[in-house]
Design a protein around this ligand. Structure first.
Ligand SMILES: CC(C)(COP(=O)(O)OP(=O)(O)OC[C@H]1O[C@@H](n2cnc3c(N)ncnc32)[C@H](O)[C@@H]1OP(=O)(O)O)[C@@H](O)C(=O)NCCC(=O)NCCS
Length: 109
């Protein structure tokens, strides 16, 4: 996290408990990278990830970013579907250090 520029983190809290989070940073000038995110299993399907994404994109627009990019894998199906439902397009694939395929998604803001 220390090596990333313009890191932006959102937390979803239930009283003192962190039940969801979303972390991203500046990929290059005007382009944001949504890095990590998740929702506690007992708090899923209530719209928390969708709200975190909506607020991340709103922050990005207000801060001059024109696109947001993210990577995911086929096995993280819920996140893949969530991204597509929220307007991301699949723009390519790459192979990670473990030899697994990663899906590259991007959304114009
Ligand atoms: C992917 C993940 C973040 C989604 O979190 P979430 O908070 O459950 O997401 P949402 O509630 O916004 O949306 C999920 C589904 O719940 C539905 N939903 C939202 N609010 C709802 C409500 N009030 N009642 C019923 N369903 C609802 C959404 O329509 C969506 O439906 P779909 O699965 O058919 O698309 C979560 O599953 C997760 O943490 N997964 C493991 C971590 C992970 O994969 N990280 C990504 C690595 S790249």
């Amino acid at each position: 996290m220390q090596s990333k520029s313009r890191l932006f983190t959102l937390l979803a809290l239930k009283e003192q408990l962190v039940v969801g989070y979303k972390i991203g940073y500046e990929r290059k000038l005007g382009h944001f990278y949504s890095w990590l995110g998740g929702v506690d299993p007992s708090f899923r399907k209530q719209g928390i990830a969708s709200e975190l994404m909506r607020r991340q994109h709103e922050w990005c627009r207000r801060n001059g970013y024109r696109s947001v990019r993210t990577h995911t894998k086929n096995k993280w199906r819920d996140m893949l579907i969530l991204n597509i439902r929220h307007g991301f397009d699949i723009i390519g694939t790459l192979t990670d250090a473990k030899g697994e395929a990663k899906i590259i998604l991007e959304k114009k803001l």
